[in-house]
Design a protein. Structure first.
Length: 148
């Protein structure tokens, strides 16, 4: 099901492509770096990279910002707060918080595909305090409690 997503191009995105799906059944659309000069990410360094677009996300949806698997596998460059959430009421520029967890410096160039965005439905919960919760086989087991 396609969701209409309006976007506004900012001046520093002049000439950059719109976000795009790279295959017929891709879940994420790639977004590009809207930078004037290359940004060098040394190992352990992070950078907030502008994409040059603002979005109007429909109510009841969010935009998730996720790493590109190729950047992560080949260079150790990933989205620090993955998945990042862009709320439907945010109208500012989409910026991607990248970090280099690899062993070598990585240069981000203008128009490079730096992340992917997924549009997903959002459910709102009603929070209600309770004295007891129902029992499950797992119970209160936390990290690693279900096996390796």
């Amino acid at each position: 099901m396609a969701v209409l997503l309006k976007l506004k191009r900012l001046a520093h995105a002049d000439g950059l492509p719109l976000p795009a799906y790279q295959s017929e059944h891709a879940a994420g659309a790639d977004v590009h770096a809207a930078i004037e000069a290359p940004v060098l990410l040394t190992p352990g360094q992070r950078a907030l990279v502008p994409t040059g677009f603002c979005y109007e996300i429909p109510p009841g949806h969010e935009m998730q910002v996720r790493p590109r698997s190729g950047l992560a596998a080949k260079h150790g460059v990933t989205v620090l707060n993955a998945p990042g959430t862009i709320d439907a009421d945010y109208r500012g520029e989409l910026k991607v918080l990248l970090i280099n967890i690899g062993a070598e410096p990585f240069e981000i160039k203008r128009a490079e595909r730096i992340a992917q965005v997924v549009i997903a439905p959002v459910s709102h919960a009603t929070f209600r305090e309770a004295d007891e919760l129902s029992d499950t086989l797992r119970g209160s087991g936390g990290f690693g409690s279900t096996g390796k």
